[in-house]
Design a protein around this ligand. Structure first.
Ligand code: HEM
Length: 519
């Protein structure tokens, strides 16, 4: 007991000392530097607990731009969306990849792409992101549609075939996680053959996807600490779990997988062209992409469905839109696959608005940019702030998403907030000034999430499939879902509490359909 108190004291004392060492004199033109009574540790803990509230308080006290020394880094926060364009257009001096490359390589365990050992690789990786968009998205959408239906059907089968129209109970998050994890994996990486996906040879068949998902969840639980550069060796079994996840994507195994997406095929070919990458480094890149593709989409699907099920008016409107687009005759999807084209998905304006509204309420990502040289950032004609090389400039979209000047009743879910006159609403104002960046769950500028179109399509497809196939209800007598703010800064926040729901095959399914499904 005494020992741990002493360790805690020494730890705190050394952090406070480090903070004093790092503190620097303010120069002319630099934003106010926030100092506190317990400067380093106190601020870092407060920030981690609820960064939104913490930053709101600082904004009220110090204005729209201020600098905080967090975890040894000077971070300048720009809190007013009217100032965002001035930051976003400085893509060269305020760089995303210096931060993302360093953070991703330590988190996922591959050598930094921009370390000089892989000439041209960073640019070529960026180019391949185009295979998540444009014409390539048609094929991804088609594959995802088939996989979603297969996975949901399989899900019904896995219950052991009780009466087909019985209600089944589950956690809503767990349901979204199981379906989206598997369907997204199959869509991007293809089908691993059975022989090389069983982790151990046992008499019972081990379901590779369950093992992969369980390991992924354990790794993801430590993700905030890894991104904060806590050494993986201090995080219990995380290192061996990460090794197992990486080994899953070993090139020898992946060579056996059938029909990977063009995106994954081209990445595999690209990594092969670099001898300086070891096989396990290549595998770690594939694992990182798995995280990018499901880490945010799963919680986003949860919030979208949760809000729809909590709001009867929204549910009716969205269901009606889906049936109008898909066509009544095609809603019996237990037998045949429904095809939904990109063009049809684009017509679902209310569903898109409902998704965007869920993202507005649950997104807590920060846009982090590393300053490449000392310079003064011109924010407004009369206002510039000076920053130094190596500092970080941060945009905080959550403050915009919850700003009552932009969104009336910002904490309230309003499924049609982004619809006007039957079209997507794109005009939002702060006071009397129109704002360009009013919704930023996918980041900003040239480095905006390259998977955003795929992600929105996936979410639409997920909602369409489950609403067409199932009746769903939230369990009564439970607390409303709240956000788990401990992951603030990293993307879409998961729920903090368990949410129970029940579902069954749609009642209007004919007996033959149910039979076909279960046979
Ligand atoms: C709701 C789902 C998603 C959200 C909210 C989301 C959000 C983000 C954000 C905020 C960034 C950082 C951008 C910046 O700071 O400017 C990002 C980057 C990225 N996202 Fe997503 N994302 C989602 C889904 C996806 C999917 C489905 C994929 C791939 C299939 C993907 C692949 C990536 C990649 C590869 C990057 C790094 C880009 C780079 O290095 O330039 N994301 N995402």
């Amino acid at each position: 007991m005494l020992g741990s108190l002493l360790t805690a004291f020494l730890g705190f004392a050394s952090l406070a000392f480090l903070h004093l060492l790092l503190r620097r004199r303010r120069r002319e033109g630099e934003p106010p530097l926030i100092k506190g009574w317990i400067p380093f540790l106190g601020k870092a803990l407060e920030f981690r607990k609820d960064s939104y509230q913490f930053l709101q308080r600082l904004q009220e006290k110090h204005g729209d731009v201020f600098t905080v020394l967090i975890a040894g880094k000077y971070m300048t926060f720009v809190m007013n969306p009217l100032l965002y364009p001035a930051v976003i257009k400085q893509g060269k001096q305020l760089d995303f990849h210096e931060f993302s490359d360093a953070a991703a390589s330590t988190t996922f365990g591959y050598p930094a792409v921009r370390s000089g050992r892989f000439p041209g690789m960073s640019e070529r990786i960026q180019k391949l992101f185009l295979l998540l968009q444009g014409p390539a998205l048609n094929s991804l959408t088609h594959r995802m549609m088939g996989n979603l239906q297969r996975v949901v059907r399989q899900h019904f089968l896995s219950w052991g075939g009780g009466p087909e129209c019985d209600w089944r109970r589950d956690g809503l998050y767990e349901f979204c996680e199981r379906v989206m994890f598997e369907a997204t994996f199959l869509t991007l990486y293809g089908h691993p053959s059975r022989a090389n996906t069983e982790t151990k040879k046992t008499s019972e068949e081990i379901c590779w996807i369950d093992t992969l998902r369980e390991n992924f969840k354990k790794f993801d639980a430590k993700f905030p600490l890894l991104i904060a550069r806590v050494p993986i060796g201090l995080l219990g079994k995380t290192k061996s779990i990460r090794e197992e996840l990486i080994r899953f994507f070993h090139p020898c195994r992946m060579a056996e997988w059938s029909s990977p997406s063009e995106f994954v095929q081209m990445r595999t070919e690209l990594f092969h062209q670099y001898d300086t990458l070891k096989d396990l480094d290549r595998a770690a890149h594939h694992f990182a992409m798995l995280w990018a593709s499901v880490g945010n989409t799963i919680p986003a699907c949860f919030w979208c469905v949760y809000h729809l099920l909590s709001d009867p008016q929204a549910l009716v409107a969205v269901k009606k839109e889906i049936v109008d687009v898909v066509g009544e005759q095609e809603t019996s999807i237990c037998n045949d696959d429904v095809t939904l084209t990109r063009e049809q998905l684009d017509r679902m304006i209310y569903l898109e608005s409902a998704i965007n509204e869920s993202l507005r309420l649950s997104s807590a990502s920060m846009n982090i940019r590393v300053v490449q040289e000392d310079f003064c950032l011109q924010l407004e004609p009369q206002c510039s702030v000076c920053v130094r090389k190596g500092d970080i400039v941060v945009l905080h979209p959550q403050s915009t998403h919850l700003d009552p000047d932009i969104y009336s009743n910002p904490q309230q879910y309003q499924f049609d907030r982004f619809v006007k006159d039957g079209k997507e609403k794109t005009e939002f104002y702060k006071g009397d000034q129109k704002i360009r960046y009013y919704r930023m769950p996918f980041g900003s500028g040239a480095t905006m999430c390259p998977g955003r179109f795929f992600a929105i399509n996936e979410m639409k497809q997920f909602v369409c499939i489950i609403l067409l196939m199932c009746d769903l209800e939230l369990a009564g007598d439970q607390q409303e879902a709240t956000l788990d703010t401990s992951r603030a800064g990293l993307g879409i926040l998961p729920p903090a509490n368990h949410i129970a729901f029940r579902y069954r095959l749609k009642q209007h399914s004919t007996e033959q359909e149910a039979e076909a499904l279960l046979n």
